[in-house]
Design a protein around this ligand. Structure first.
Ligand SMILES: NC(=O)c1ccc[n+]([C@@H]2O[C@H](COP(=O)([O-])OP(=O)(O)OC[C@H]3O[C@@H](n4cnc5c(N)ncnc54)[C@H](OP(=O)(O)O)[C@@H]3O)[C@@H](O)[C@H]2O)c1
Length: 264
């Protein structure tokens, strides 16, 4: 039996990926802050799919939390065959109005922990001569995103880091795939609202189904793809942004992002 470690598995895309891997009979290590939610998911997946699920509560926005995840899997003698770095949050609003501590936590979660986990488990996969990593970025990675500036930039990091790492690890039979969802129907938006970002008008009607996005990511992982985007219109936008002048792209992005805010 092979083992998959998924961060941010307590809801949304991470939860749906956990279900997909369980259907494929992978044993799972589920990580997020909420142990109660993870334990409930463990019960469901073990019962429905006969797989073994371990849960670990970690706040990946805290320094050295990735090390704690590594220690947990080592202590339990679990060899991770597939790492899914999915946990992430967004902060919406004018950057100068955001709370700096919240921004730092977001960057530690979206960037620092993902990078450290890729390092730890990537090294083990290299030694073993096989393994797979799936990192979740966003369509926000493909252009500057005013009012989502730090979040978008964190996802640009994930995209570029993943593609760079993929080329390093391909020599060791280890693949790295980057999934870039567009707006997806998960708790992502309500989590932002809890922090007072006022994103309730982020066009709920046009969000993709989380299960579909998870399937696209897992399929791309097994096809050893470097990168995958979700949605035809999103792909067109990302493609156009590569050829348009940067100042034009930033200006259009500002219009779109400002329009998403409540009351605009
Ligand atoms: N939804 C979208 O429109 C969208 C679009 C593009 C990209 N994405 C990306 O997709 C990924 C998954 O998000 P989602 O849409 O599925 O949102 P979600 O339903 O809110 O899930 C986020 C997951 O991350 C975990 N998490 C949050 N903060 C954490 C922390 N400090 N430490 C550990 N785990 C933490 C949450 O669990 P706990 O609360 O239990 O910790 C939850 O399991 C994120 O990287 C996000 O940036 C989402």
């Amino acid at each position: 039996m092979s083992n998959v470690l998924i961060t941010g598995a307590s809801s949304g895309i991470g939860y749906d990926m956990a279900e997909i891997f369980a259907e494929k009979k992978y044993d799972l290590v589920l990580v997020s802050r909420s142990l109660a939610k993870l334990e409930k998911i463990k019960g469901k997946l073990e019962k429905e799919h006969g797989v073994k699920v371990l849960c670990f509560s970690a706040d990946l926005s805290v320094e050295n939390s990735a090390e704690k995840v590594l220690y947990f899997t080592e202590k339990n003698n679990i060899d991770i065959d597939i790492l899914v770095n999915n946990a992430g949050v967004g902060l919406y609003g004018e950057h100068i109005e955001l709370n700096n501590d919240e921004v730092s936590k977001m960057l530690r979660l979206n960037i620092v922990s993902l990078t450290a986990l890729s390092n730890y488990y990537g090294k083990k996969m290299k030694e073993k001569g096989s393994g797979k990593i799936l990192n979740v970025a966003s369509m926000a990675a493909y252009q500057p995103t005013p009012y989502f500036a730090a979040y978008g930039a964190s996802k640009s990091f994930v995209l570029n880091f993943s593609e760079g790492l993929a080329k390093e690890l391909e020599d060791y039979n280890v693949t790295v795939t980057c999934l870039s969802p567009g707006p997806t129907d998960t708790a992502f938006f309500s989590a932002m609202d809890e922090k007072g970002s006022g994103t309730s008008h982020f066009d709920p009607g046009s969000r993709a189904a989380s299960k579909k996005v998870a399937e696209i990511g897992v399929n791309a992982l097994f096809k050893n793809k470097l990168s995958v985007m979700v949605g035809g219109l999103n792909k067109l936008r990302a493609f156009s942004a590569r050829f348009a002048p940067r100042k034009m792209v930033a200006a259009i992005s500002k219009k779109i992002m400002k329009g998403h805010a409540a009351g605009n």
